[in-house]
Design a protein. Structure first.
Length: 97
């Protein structure tokens, strides 16, 4: 579980990132979760954009994707979800304790 201090740090790190995935009409599927998992392994911190035509609520999308990818939800702001998962191979982000 992330502490408040760690979440604040990750929010500041994620600020300049662009969303690399979009969840639309199809919603969340296994393929999306696999791609998100791979991206988290490579980058550790990613943004996902939830489009207006998505049938699911953005909070439900965040829950589903984070559970599937075993990642932490850093924040859901507007229609953007920020996820974090520590990389096994390419650890670059050093979280404050």
């Amino acid at each position: 579980m992330l502490t408040g201090k760690q979440k604040r740090y990750l929010k500041s790190e994620a600020h300049h990132l662009k969303p690399i995935f979009q969840v639309g009409k199809g919603g969340v599927n296994d393929n999306l979760i696999k791609q998100v998992t791979d991206a988290l392994e490579a980058r550790e911190l990613i943004k996902i954009s939830v489009l207006q035509n998505c049938d699911e609520d953005k909070d439900e999308v965040a829950e589903t994707v984070s559970k599937g990818a075993k990642a932490h939800i850093v924040q859901v702001i507007g229609s953007t979800i920020v996820l974090y998962k520590e990389s096994k191979e390419k650890k670059t982000i050093e979280l404050p304790s």
